[in-house]
Design a protein around this ligand. Structure first.
Ligand SMILES: *Cc1c(COP(=O)(O)O)cnc(C)c1O
Length: 355
């Protein structure tokens, strides 16, 4: 098996309307300018002032004692699980969570953690479901150690955990003596959509991270936050995994720029997602899930066309969407404008009419 990602086919038109993912944004001239001007040092040595500034701002934003800069969200998850768990410990998460479905089995491979997936609508589970997964503590049972939640729930359709439900499941975890971890890849989308400040949203979480490459428009970077002691331990895992950087301030400056300019505007992405859902509902045979944030999932099973075929037809016009099973995922972000939404709906209608 060759796991190398494919290169774009020669002569393929560039994406004109890129709804594939909010990870595909290109840094703006203003962001690149901020990166060019960054004051830098040796991050691995603790000398990069821009990385420290980002970590301090993120700790304050998330209401935690400390924070650590990472190259990616996946690394935040693996470092967090390595820090919280010992080999054999059980992590409870939703069965469609990114840590279970999309991180290469890294938590089992590297942390030796056992990941248990729970059922629930829209990538979330109820306090009752969580309670039903509490095991008796015996020498037979795996030690339950960590509760993991995703805010927003990606494969749950970008759904936002209501604050009370989040606090309720965290309270159960803490009563059992477990820790809580949030995969906050799109945390700011949740905060903007719910109108809840980030620190309040994550107050029940022992660790939480935010991705700067999901809708915030930065080319690289994620920040993991938690207690001073937790982050102190996380630093050794970051070092062991090769995640320590040198003049990381170049990248951190892009993240700082994103914090200053690209959070409030997430509301525009959510409005564009709603407009896309409204438009797609008018298309024969398409079943659209109502978006809460910037991810629009729609099922085209009833049209007789496969997701791959639709993707191919749209790509020929420079329109990119992604697919999960029989569902198409279209994602709005800062490189997608309102007129592009109308164009995309028209192109999808036309492509499906041919089915
Ligand atoms: C994208 C994503 C990740 C991984 O983040 P990367 O920065 O791509 O490594 C983790 N969790 C969720 C929910 C995501 O959407």
């Amino acid at each position: 098996m060759d796991y190398t990602p494919p290169r774009p086919p020669a002569g393929a038109p560039p994406a004109r309307i890129n709804l594939y993912s909010d990870t595909q944004t290109k840094p703006t001239a203003a962001m690149k300018d901020a990166m060019m001007r960054a004051e830098v040092g040796d991050e691995q040595h603790g000398d990069d002032p821009t990385v420290w500034e980002l970590c301090d701002r993120m700790a304050a934003l998330l209401g935690k004692e400390a924070a650590i800069f990472m190259p990616s969200g996946t690394m935040c998850n693996v470092v967090a699980i390595l820090t919280h768990c010992r080999p054999g410990d059980e992590v409870l998460a939703h069965k469609h969570s990114h840590i279970i479905t999309s991180e290469g089995g890294g938590h089992c491979a590297m942390a030796g953690a056992m990941l248990t997936g729970m059922e629930g609508d829209k990538g979330m589970f109820t306090p009752e479901t969580l309670r039903a997964h509490i095991r008796p503590r015996t020498r037979y049972t795996p030690p339950q150690r960590l509760l993991e939640v995703e805010q927003t729930a990606n494969f749950g359709g970008g759904a936002v955990w209501p604050l009370e439900q989040l606090n309720a499941v965290a309270a159960i975890a803490h009563a059992e003596g477990w820790s809580t971890h949030m995969d906050g890849a799109r945390l700011m989308n949740a905060c903007v959509a719910a109108g809840v400040p980030a620190a309040e949203m994550v107050a029940s979480m022992d660790s939480v991270w935010l991705d700067f490459t999901k809708g915030l428009g930065a080319p690289l970077g994620a920040v993991l936050a938690g207690s001073k002691e937790f982050i102190g331990q996380a630093w050794r895992w970051k070092q062991r995994l090769g995640g320590s950087m040198r003049q990381g301030g170049i990248v951190a400056a892009g993240c700082l720029h994103a914090l200053d300019h690209n959070i409030d505007r997430l509301a525009d992405d959510h409005a564009n997602a709603k407009a896309l859902a409204r438009g797609l509902r008018q298309v024969q045979g398409v079943s659209v899930e109502e978006p809460e944030t910037n991810l629009v999932f729609f099922d085209i099973g009833a049209t007789g066309m496969t997701v791959a075929r639709l993707q191919h037809k749209l790509a020929a016009q420079g329109i990119w969407v992604s697919g999960v099973g029989s569902r198409v995922r279209a994602c709005t972000h800062l490189d997608v404008t309102a007129p592009m939404i109308d164009d995309a709906v028209a192109a999808i209608r036309e492509a499906l009419a041919a089915a």
